[in-house]
Design a protein around this ligand. Structure first.
Ligand SMILES: [Zn+2]
Length: 127
């Protein structure tokens, strides 16, 4: 039976780092140039059109996009960077938890117990 993992060192530290990463989001921000509906628009007639930020993301397996107001662009950029940081921290959590468990349960780790059992079976079948 597995022992209870008492995480006192690693988990609070990773949790504190995760909390500092809010707001966080996953997706991509793109600058696009779209035509408007105004007749005789000089920007549209010149082909320059109008700059707009689009946030693209996946929702229930479908690709979606939303317009981002200019004032929100720095916040969205920071949230995207935080999203990458959160993902990085989640990848670090598995190894950190296992390292912590092994430091507290040195005798119970590794494949030694099942190996001994199979070796014992081989020996008993030979005799
Ligand atoms: Zn226009």
């Amino acid at each position: 039976m597995l022992g209870v993992v008492k995480s006192k060192m690693v988990q609070p530290s990773l949790w504190q780092q995760l909390q500092a990463c809010w707001p966080a989001l996953k997706g991509s921000l793109a600058l696009v140039h779209k035509p408007c509906i105004r007749p005789n628009c000089r920007a549209c007639a010149s082909g320059q059109k109008h700059p707009n930020y689009l946030l693209s993301f996946t929702q229930k397996g479908r690709r979606r996009s939303l317009y981002v107001p200019l004032a929100m662009v720095p916040i969205i950029k920071r949230a995207l960077a935080n999203g990458r940081r959160v993902e990085d921290l989640l990848y670090k959590t598995g190894p950190a938890l296992l390292k912590e468990y092994r430091s507290q349960n040195p005798a119970q780790t590794g494949p030694t117990a099942p190996l001994k059992r199979s070796q014992a079976r081989k020996r008993s079948s030979k005799s």
